[in-house]
Design a protein around this ligand. Sequence first.
Ligand SMILES: CC/C=C\C=C\CC(=O)SCCNC(=O)CCNC(=O)[C@H](O)C(C)(C)COP(=O)(O)OP(=O)(O)OC[C@H]1O[C@@H](n2cnc3c(N)ncnc32)[C@H](O)[C@@H]1OP(=O)(O)O
Length: 314
Amino acid sequence: MAAGVARLLRALCPSAVPVSRPVSSVSPVSPVSPAGSPRALQTLRVTQERPQVLHLQLHRPSKRNALNLQCWRELVQAFQDISEDPSCRAVVVSGAGSAFTAGIDLADLGSVLAQLPQEDAARRAWALRRRILELQESFSVMEKCPKPVIAAVHGPCIGAGVDLISACDIRFCSQDASFQVKEVDMGLAANVGTLQRLPKIVGSQSLVNELALTARVMRAPEALSCGLVSRVLPDKETLLDVALGVASAIAARSPVAVQGTKINLVYARDRPVSEGLQHAATWNMAMLQTEDIPKSVQAALDKKGPEDVPFAKL
Ligand SMILES: CC/C=C\C=C\CC(=O)SCCNC(=O)CCNC(=O)[C@H](O)C(C)(C)COP(=O)(O)OP(=O)(O)OC[C@H]1O[C@@H](n2cnc3c(N)ncnc32)[C@H](O)[C@@H]1OP(=O)(O)O
């Protein structure tokens, strides 16, 4: 383990190892800026690399994209904007540098617990609950985003990284990727999505339990065989190329169909089939009236593909 990480661990658990110097404090989460104003993102980089496809990179490569409080906040801002942006139809999420993400910034894990009201246990607990709900939103916002989100994972994907990718719609990784539900090693139960979403992604509850209870590192071939990822690519460059290609294929299709498909899939995942069917009927009583259907049917009759149809923005 690097000296930097060891320093952070000392800061979290001073009784175990003497502290050589304090970890700097991090500012609390601030409100989202007014809708429509430009976002000055510092921990994320959002670029358009293909038509109607955005590439969002976790961008703190020197810290292995550890998610500091600013990053958690910016994820909410970025995905709120993406949700509202009619020129974006699909998103790829990746990590800059040598890791997808080292998980929560360990300096901030301490400050999540700091700055709570001191006077009363109930008030402290209530404030902490609110803080946890805010953190959960940073990944839930990806699931709520009607545009499909593809996680392209290379290198380590640790702790909160697994929470993050569990909220994505599609997961690909490179051969060097590794996944670790690390929270139990930090003395906490994962609470921002992994324990809730991973069992719905991976078929084996036993495997999820093993990973979450032991923090065992899972490598790419096992991630593929258990269904955490649906493709393993040889390297990061190929991974991004394939992820962006799949995003482009999605973006070429009717946004009414694509967004309706995502929303209904997410809805149905957590409910009985009968409720999912009711939801789909109510959804489609409006959406089946779209002009995208006759346009798509005509294209098919003309032996053209969806990429040949100029679908209106949504
Ligand atoms: C309410 C709670 C909500 C959510 C909770 C989530 C829990 C978690 O996310 S648990 C997971 C915590 N993460 C870790 O334990 C990972 C720690 N990091 C590592 O093991 C390694 O850094 C690595 C990711 C395997 C990469 O190794 P390597 O390539 O050798 O890089 P390093 O030299 O170790 O690190 C470079 C640089 O990054 C800093 N850094 C790495 N991880 C973190 C981190 N999680 N938080 C903050 N900073 C991190 C490290 O200190 C180095 O910084 P320097 O300034 O260069 O020293």
